[in-house]
Design a protein around this ligand. Structure first.
Ligand SMILES: Nc1ncnc2c1ncn2[C@@H]1O[C@H](COP(=O)(O)OP(=O)(O)OP(=O)(O)O)[C@@H](O)[C@H]1O
Length: 316
C-alpha cells in the first residue's frame, strides 16, 4: 500500500496498563483512504485498547500509531478536527435535549454540518426536543454517531456502533456507513456481529489476547477454512455407500440426525464427484447445501486454534 494512501496505521503497537497487564502485544494493520476496516475479537481481546490509541486518548507503550500521517496523541489538535469518534459509551448530559446536545457539540467542531441534517440522516429528526436521558439505548447510539459525523470527518472510529440497535436500525446504519465510504470516508469499526463485518468490511483483523491472529478480506480470512456439503441420504443408503473419501477429496465427514456433513477444501470438485455418483445411482440428495466457510466458522476456529497455541501466560 502506497504510504500516501494510508489513513490509519498501527505498527507493532503495544499497550500496557498501570497494573502491568499488557492488553495489546504488537498489533499491526493499516487502513487506506476510503476503506472500511473491521476489528474483530473475543471479549477482552484488545479492540477498544487499540481504538483508544488511534483516537489519541493514550500513548502506546511500544510501536507506533499514525492517523492521517500524524501522531494522534502528540498532534491531537491537528488530528482531532479531521476525525470522528464514537466511543462504546457516549458521555451525554441526560438533562439536555437531543437538539441542545447537537448544538453544544457543533460549537466545539469547526465547519460543523447543520444539526438537523445529521439528525435527519440518523433518523432522529423528530426526537430533537426529547431529553437524552429519555432516549432508548438504540437512539443514544444513533445520537452518538450523529455527533461523530458533525465535523465531516475524513476518518471515523466507531466502537461497536450497532450494539443495542434493532434489526432495522442496524441495516440503516450499515447503509449510512456504505454511503460514507462511497464518499471517501475512511472507517475503522469494532464489532461483535460477524455478519456486520461480512456485510461491510473491505478488510478485517481478528484480535485475540492482544495479537492479530488473522487479517485480510473476508474471502482471505475464510478461504483457509474448509467448505461444507450437507445432505440427507434416502432410506437404505449410508455414508459407507458414498465414493471413498479421498476420491471425493473430503477432509472429514460425519453423519448426524440423518444428515451427512462433508468438509472439503475443494468444494467444486467434491460436489461434482458427489453429484455424478448420485446421478448414476438415481439417488436424491435431500436438501443438498454446499457453501464456503462463513466468517463465524472461521472466527471460532481461529480463536480456538489461537487459544490452544497460547500457553504464554497471557492471562485474563
Ligand atoms: N484501564 C485498564 N486497566 C487495566 N486493564 C485494562 C484496562 N482497560 C482494559 N483492560 C484490560 O485489557 C484487556 C483488553 O480490553 P479491551 O477493552 O481493549 O478489549 P475489547 O476487545 O475491546 O473487549 P470487549 O469486546 O469486551 O469490549 C482486557 O483484559 C481488559 O480487562
Amino acid at each position: 500500500m502506497d504510504s500516501a494512501e494510508k489513513v490509519i496505521e498501527a505498527v507493532g503497537v503495544r499497550r500496557r496498563y498501570g497494573d502491568g497487564f499488557e492488553a495489546v502485544r504488537g498489533v499491526s494493520f493499516e487502513v487506506a483512504r476510503g476503506e472500511l476496516f473491521a476489528l474483530l475479537g473475543t471479549n477482552g481481546a484488545g479492540k477498544t485498547s487499540v481504538m483508544e490509541l488511534l483516537e489519541g486518548l493514550a500513548r502506546p507503550s511500544g510501536g507506533a500509531v499514525r492517523v492521517l500521517g500524524l501522531d494522534p496523541h502528540g498532534e491531537r489538535a491537528r488530528v482531532r478536527p479531521r476525525t470522528g469518534v464514537m466511543l462504546q459509551e457516549g458521555g451525554f448530559a441526560p438533562d439536555l435535549t437531543v437538539a441542545q446536545t447537537v448544538r453544544m457539540w457543533a460549537g466545539c467542531v469547526s465547519g460543523a454540518r447543520p444539526g438537523h441534517e445529521v439528525l435527519e440522516q440518523l433518523g432522529l429528526a423528530r426526537r430533537g426536543g426529547v431529553r437524552v436521558g429519555q432516549l432508548s439505548g438504540g437512539e443514544r447510539r444513533r445520537l452518538d454517531l450523529a455527533l461523530a459525523l458533525l465535523g465531516r470527518p475524513e476518518a471515523l472510529f466507531l466502537d461497536e456502533p450497532t450494539t443495542g440497535l434493532d434489526t432495522q436500525g442496524r441495516y440503516d446504519t450499515w447503509e449510512l456507513l456504505r454511503q460514507l465510504r462511497a464518499a471517501g470516508t475512511t472507517v475503522l469499526l469494532t464489532t461483535h456481529y460477524l455478519e456486520e463485518a461480512e456485510a461491510l468490511a473491505d478488510r478485517l483483523a481478528v484480535l485475540h489476547r492482544g495479537r492479530v491472529v488473522a487479517c485480510g478480506t473476508t474471502a482471505e480470512v475464510t478461504g483457509a477454512r474448509p467448505a461444507r456439503i450437507v445432505f440427507g441420504l434416502p432410506t437404505g443408503w449410508h455414508l459407507g455407500d458414498l465414493p471413498p473419501l479421498p476420491e471425493l477429496a473430503v477432509l472429514a465427514h460425519e453423519e448426524r440426525g440423518g444428515r451427512v456433513l462433508l468438509h472439503t477444501d475443494r468444494l467444486q470438485y467434491s460436489l461434482s464427484v458427489l453429484l455424478r455418483w448420485a446421478d448414476e445411482r438415481k439417488v436424491a440428495l435431500d436438501r443438498l447445501e454446499a457453501r464456503t466457510a462463513s466468517l463465524e466458522e472461521a472466527f471460532l476456529a481461529i480463536a480456538g486454534t489461537a487459544d490452544a497455541g497460547t500457553a504464554d501466560g497471557a492471562g485474563r
